[in-house]
Design a protein around this ligand. Structure first.
Ligand code: HEC
Ligand code: HEC
Length: 412
């Protein structure tokens, strides 16, 4: 079983919170308050076990940058979607539907590609936000959790590729496909997922991103309008007047490479929460998860390879995903191809952390790529395409068996 040790390592947030709470208790004279922060396995923003002091210091620095809200005077915009990473990735987990991104899908005038792949629906004073041109279809993308991405990065390509079955040679209707991505030039060749050759995409909803660095530098640029040494030219609204470009007066690049690197390191070192306790009905749910075929895509555990960060090396990754693309049918299609992903293919969503998702979203749940499902059951029933047989098998279960599957999935 997965056992979480923390000998000698103080959880930084926990320590800070404990101090803050102790002060609050002393000030109020109230003895009902607890000074205990949540257990490390119960959060989305704790570090992986076993980091060195230097790695932990880097983690704390990156944490601050992840939470830092930008103002226009600090470079925000001219057009943007939100002011910080944390504003979209709530508590480092999935986002709320209000914080979803809208990507252009089909019917887009090629001239508008200048505006980048997504709509920046906010603007700083003096600038004009993007509006959806008539006749353009969109793909709505809910922010996925950011914990565990360093473990995902550390899984060898060969391990993931061994799970592909593009031609469905085993005849089970399920054919995982890799998304081969050509890394952008700004990702150095020695960066995981970098280099001139196509690399295995692992990140984002269609696995269209091969490196954490690409993901993070792109997020600063596209989601927040923050230029960096990696992407130094401001994103523009091709339909707006010149004033939009002039509105952001902060010299580019607005943040140095070191800030982007700090955040890359931070998310890389974020631990997934621990799964819930074992119980007999839960074991029945796990068995059904296997026999229904869920585990064919939601592969329970993958193993990392060697890694420069010892804490990430040769670890089991209990993510419940093969990180491959699957055709999920017309109902879930967004008609937006991305790299080699088609308009109906999606990366198998990892299921880790579902146990805690409502805790950090005011009791709400938003599931699937666009957040349309409000419960785990609804998400399963919306599966189609390659997952139709598994979905129908789930729907045909009696109430107890169904509850066992939901309990198991909801305890990850
Ligand atoms: C406007 C909301 C928003 C902001 C701000 C934002 N993100 Fe994201 N993030 C998203 C969405 C949406 C996706 C999925 C995109 C897709 O599938 O095309 C994503 C994907 C990711 C992923 C990939 C996770 C995975 O499972 O593959 C990481 C890592 C990430 N973001 C980190 C960051 C960091 C770091 C920042 C700040 C520099 C940031 N994000 C800012 C919305 C946001
Ligand atoms: C053919 C592969 C495949 C099979 C089989 C499959 N899934 Fe999925 N599952 C996916 C993909 C791909 C997504 C993401 C779809 C999207 O984002 O729109 C997903 C999403 C989910 C989600 C939502 C997760 C989130 O974070 O939004 C849950 C819950 C889930 N699956 C549970 C199950 C269960 C339970 C079964 C078995 C009854 C199952 N899946 C069978 C591929 C599969």
């Amino acid at each position: 079983m997965h056992h979480r040790h923390r000998a000698g390592v103080v959880h930084p947030r926990r320590a800070a919170l404990a101090v803050a709470l102790a002060v609050a208790v002393a000030a109020s004279g109230c003895d009902l308050l607890t000074t205990e922060a949540p257990d490390p396995g119960e959060v989305f923003d704790g570090p992986v076990d076993g980091l060195t002091a230097a790695e932990l210091a880097a983690f704390v620095r990156g944490d601050r940058e992840f939470g830092r809200p930008f103002a226009p005077s600090e470079g925000l915009g001219p057009i943007f979607n939100n002011v910080s990473c944390a504003a979209c990735h709530s508590a480092d987990g999935r986002g709320r539907i209000e914080n979803a991104l809208t990507r252009f899908s089909i019917g887009l005038d090629p001239a508008l590609e200048l505006g980048g792949p997504q709509i920046q629906d906010k603007a700083i004073p003096g600038a004009e936000a993007e509006r959806l041109p008539a006749g353009v279809q969109v793909s709505v993308r809910l922010p996925p959790p950011v914990f565990g991405v360093g473990l995902i990065e550390a899984i060898p390509e060969a391990t993931i590729l061994a799970l592909t079955d593009s031609l469905d040679t085993d005849g089970d209707g399920i054919s995982g496909r890799p998304n081969w991505v050509t890394p952008p030039d700004f990702v150095p060749a020695d960066e995981p997922g970098g280099g001139p050759e196509p690399r295995l995409g692992r990140f984002s909803r269609k696995a269209q991103v091969a490196s954490i660095l690409h993901q993070v530098a792109g997020a600063y640029h596209q989601d927040m309008g923050i230029t960096s040494d990696f992407l130094p030219v401001e994103n523009r609204n091709p339909l707006a007047s010149r004033a939009t470009e002039a509105a952001d007066r902060v010299a580019d690049p607005e943040i140095p490479a070191g800030t982007v690197r700090a955040v890359v390191n931070y998310v890389r070192l974020l631990a997934p929460p621990a799964p819930g306790a074992d119980s007999p009905p839960r074991r029945q749910g796990a068995a059904l998860f296997g026999s229904l075929g869920c585990a064919r895509c939601h592969v329970p555990v993958l193993q990392t390879g060697p890694n420069p960060v010892a804490a990430l090396a040769n670890q089991p990754v209990r993510l419940y995903s093969d990180l491959l693309l699957h055709d999920m049918g017309d109902g879930l299609a967004d008609n937006r191809p991305d790299g080699s992903a088609s308009g109906s293919e999606w990366r198998t969503a990892p299921l880790w952390g579902l146990r805690l998702m409502r805790r950090f979203l005011n009791g709400d749940a938003f599931l699937l790529h666009d957040g349309r499902a409000r419960s785990i059951e609804e998400a399963i029933l919306l599966h189609g395409g390659e997952a139709q047989t598994a979905r129908d098998g789930f729907a045909a279960l009696g109430p107890d068996a169904r509850a066992a599957v939901l309990d198991f999935v909801g305890s990850r």
